[in-house]
Design a protein around this ligand. Structure first.
Ligand SMILES: Nc1ncnc2c1ncn2[C@@H]1O[C@H](COP(=O)(O)OP(=O)(O)OP(=O)(O)O)[C@@H](O)[C@H]1O
Ligand SMILES: C[C@H](N)[C@H](N)CCCCCC(=O)O
Ligand SMILES: [Mg+2]
Length: 206
């Protein structure tokens, strides 16, 4: 069964849009274990809108927190304690796409970072990175942090307008597979997202 964890070099990088396309292409399920911020919608609702998957393939979040902030803070504001026991990967039939919150060193709690959670799961991670200026540093730092914890990295995906040199140097220096690029889409809808994913992304076994 294929299972991918989708992370990013930052919040707002395009993880949810990519995850929707990936889950749709795999014909799988989607899980956002920790949602921080639900107004106007959480990532699960976005994926339901963009993936073309039936509603029952969008698994309920383990934590659905109201504040758009770092999960450790959003949890504190809601009076909730985030516990590793509730973050076990859900058993599903078929492929699963799991989306992290923010970037790799975002705190889930006072003692746990997103990358620690990825290491605990031990499943391959896809790093979403923007194409433009600043991405080299953010991408290589993210890859170092993942590797330092022994997290398997399936590859990097670029999001945005093409930048040939950044798309070359980051995978080369980061020693990671380049899985392709999802362009910035002027209109986000299931059909155009699926077409852009099919044209731009190549995942082994897909
Ligand atoms: N390929 C794309 N084309 C057009 N718009 C995009 C694309 N990718 C992302 N966006 C837009 O950029 C914004 C941030 O994207 P997204 O919500 O996927 O980020 P994220 O990395 O999942 O953020 P978070 O850390 O909150 O989970 C959204 O408004 C989304 O619609
Ligand atoms: C609110 C946002 N959309 C995400 N849910 C959480 C992002 C946490 C980022 C924390 C940080 O890196 O400073
Ligand atoms: Mg998201």
């Amino acid at each position: 069964m294929s299972l991918f964890v989708v992370t990013g070099t930052d919040t707002g990088i395009g993880k949810t849009v990519f995850s929707a396309a990936l889950a749709g292409a795999l014909g799988g399920s989607y899980w956002k274990p920790i949602q921080a911020g639900v107004d106007p919608e959480g990532d699960s609702e976005t994926v339901a809108r963009l993936s073309g998957l039936p509603a029952d393939r969008i698994l309920p979040e383990a934590y659905r927190l109201t504040t758009p902030a770092s999960p450790h803070l959003a949890a504190r504001i809601d009076g909730v304690e985030i516990e590793l026991d509730r973050l076990a990967l859900p058993p599903v039939d078929g492929p699963l796409v799991v989306e992290g919150a923010g970037g790799v060193l975002v705190p889930v709690s006072e003692t746990l970072l997103m990358a620690d959670l990825f290491a605990h799961w031990g499943k391959p991670v896809i790093l979403c990175a923007r194409t433009g200026l600043g991405t080299i540093n953010h991408s290589l730092l993210s890859l170092e942090a993942l590797r330092a914890r022994g997290v398997p990295v399936a590859g990097i995906v670029f999001i945005g307008d093409p930048h040939a040199e950044n798309e070359r140097i980051v995978p080369a220096l980061g020693k990671v597979a380049n899985l392709g690029r999802l362009p910035h889409l002027p209109a986000l809808d299931p059909a155009s997202l699926a077409a852009a994913f099919a044209a731009g992304i190549s995942l082994p076994g897909l």
